[in-house]
Ligand binder design. Sequence first.
Ligand SMILES: [Zn+2]
Ligand SMILES: [Zn+2]
Length: 234
Amino acid sequence: MRLPPNSYEMHIHTAEVSPCGCATAQEAVRRCIGLGYGGMAVTDHFHCGHAHVSGGLSQASWRQRIDFFLTGYQNACNAAPEGFAVMLGMELRLLRSWDDQNNDYLVYGLDEDFLRKNADFDLMTLEEFRKLANKHGLLIVQAHPFRNGMKLREPELLDGIEVYNGNAHHDSRNDIAALWAKKYDLLPCSGSDYHGGDTGEGRAPGGIVLPQPVADVRQLVQALRRRDYLLLEE
Ligand SMILES: [Zn+2]
Ligand SMILES: [Zn+2]
């Protein structure tokens, strides 16, 4: 199987940063190139539990946590050949908010500067993070909102939701998510949620297809905002 030109993976993890991941950044890049993607957004987990435990960072400073968080993305950049776009993303959990104990938010449009200058944004509520995201032009996409244990958030706090999540380990009820996105006019998003191993087994690769290639995450966000894309899904 070969994906259409200008396909972009929107949800992928690296073993370096995500404790549930078992494909290294280099293996993730290889998988995406093998399938025909033009690039990928690295969306490693970011919340106290993951970023502390996996890096042995229980007493870590914000700087150390960001250094650690960026390793998967940086390794992917180093492994990527010319013309394959590696873009920084994040799968954020806002643990301090009771509503969001199990929710995951894919964040697109952030960069290293944002991460370093906005310490402790993971301790915000979604309402607070929404304001910060507006200020910096970030997109907030609730990941797999209809998976067991998730709490669906108000559409006005979100830019979009995942309507296709290709992780074979969970039932994300993608069909219901697609109806929800339509009802509330949310950006529909798609990603493999690839963690290596058999997480993609038997499932179609996820992502979006753009009319033309993008070189960086800013262009990717612009295309999403314009709704100038098609979805990869089953
Ligand atoms: Zn994971
Ligand atoms: Zn994920």
